[in-house]
Design a protein around this ligand. Sequence first.
Ligand SMILES: [Fe+2]
Ligand SMILES: [Fe+2]
Length: 163
Amino acid sequence: MNAKVYEAMNDQIKHELYSAYFYLSMSAYCETENLPGFAKWLKVQAEEEQEHAMKLYDYLLDRGEKISLKAIEQPPVEFKGVKDVFTKVYEHEQKVTGLINGIYAKAVEANDVASQIFLQWFINEQVEEEKNASSVLAMVTKLEGSLGGLYQLDHQLGMREAD
Ligand SMILES: [Fe+2]
Ligand SMILES: [Fe+2]
């Protein structure tokens, strides 16, 4: 594999695991705020991020590459409410979209067609991820100040199943 494509993909394993760590930290925060539905939604999200990391891991091994796991930084621990949490989720997903697009650009440059096809799954997934994050953020923003509305949304988000 082209070294630049390899390095970007190997680094992306860390970014996906950081996403899992970040969302798990947010999930724990929501538990302590007595919002179990928000916590569940974020925990399912954290599990999905681990799956994303494993997709990259498996792909690199399939291509005969070596896995070099990098250090994962500590995520934030304190948040200022669910609006702050979902603002951060949405911003984070936008950042990840940029990273995926960057890897894709490297794969195009290296004429690595297999990696381009592999990355299409992630490109589509990021459209979903941004949509989900922005829709929860929009609901949270709308409900600001309504405790009843917040608990209703908490109930709704708690119904999210792992896919
Ligand atoms: Fe991801
Ligand atoms: Fe994500």
